[in-house]
Design a protein around this ligand. Structure first.
Ligand code: FE2
Length: 242
């Protein structure tokens, strides 16, 4: 090969390598977040008692909430979401109740673990968030992502549920059966959402369900690949309205 041809091959190889490097975390996220894993059974979803913050203005919390548009996210989710900065501004009582080492410890005890760690908002604005489901809202089956060095668990705490509510937490167990896990107000569930495929069923007219979701980790720290995958996830969430 002559000089210009060698240079062209080298440049093409460099471009291909750069593209592959950029795509790698997206591919890793797809593989870890969507491909089937060993699941659990409904007994692996632990129910705990919770004390709710007293409030009368819960609907005002969502003034700055972000409505997720299912036509932009492949019918993955439809709901209104409030992340940590939004909660801090609208309803800090939720942080005081559930984004605390004490709450993490109670979840750890329910799972038979020594301890669980919280993430900070500086690391992930979704370390705790609220979701509100009104008519037509839902969350499709999915696994929770995990970018940490440890195991990721998720706590779901209903804060407000109307009598008409049809948005229920469901999971697919290890025998491929759909299990409906009813979570009354005053209780919460904590489970390994990275291993257990789960969803929220569609909301009916007049129904409303507001929940807090807290991320918990056996080790919340991230290695370089976890940080890289989180970078890719943040882009995906913004682009797809997730
Ligand atoms: Fe989830």
């Amino acid at each position: 090969m002559d000089g210009p041809t060698v240079a062209a091959v080298a440049v093409s190889a460099a471009i291909a390598l750069t593209l592959l490097t950029c795509l790698l975390p997206f591919l890793a996220n797809y593989i870890t977040d969507f491909l089937p894993k060993w699941s659990g059974f409904r007994e692996d979803v632990k129910l705990i008692d919770v004390d709710l913050p007293s409030t009368t203005d819960i609907h005002e919390w969502f003034v700055d909430g972000v409505k997720k548009d299912p036509s932009r996210n492949f019918q993955h989710s439809s709901c209104t979401k409030l992340d940590h900065p939004g909660i801090e501004k609208a309803c800090p009582c939720v942080l005081e109740a559930f984004h605390t080492p004490d709450f993490a410890q109670r979840c750890a005890r329910a799972l038979g673990l020594q301890s669980l760690q919280l993430n900070s908002a500086e690391v992930d604005v979704n370390c705790i968030f609220l979701r509100r489901y009104v008519e037509g809202d839902f969350l499709a089956f999915h696994y929770d992502n995990n970018f940490s060095r440890g195991v990721r668990y998720t706590a779901v705490i209903p804060l407000h549920v109307t009598d008409e509510n049809t948005s229920e937490f469901i999971m697919i167990d290890a025998k491929n059966r759909i299990q409906i896990i009813h979570i009354p107000v005053g209780k919460a569930v904590v489970y390994n959402g990275w291993q257990i495929r789960h969803a929220i069923t569609g909301q009916c007219k007049g129904g409303e369900r507001i929940v807090a979701v807290v991320h918990l980790y056996t080790d919340a720290s991230m290695n370089w690949f976890g940080k890289w995958r989180k970078w890719a996830r943040d882009i995906t969430y913004r682009r797809l309205s997730l």
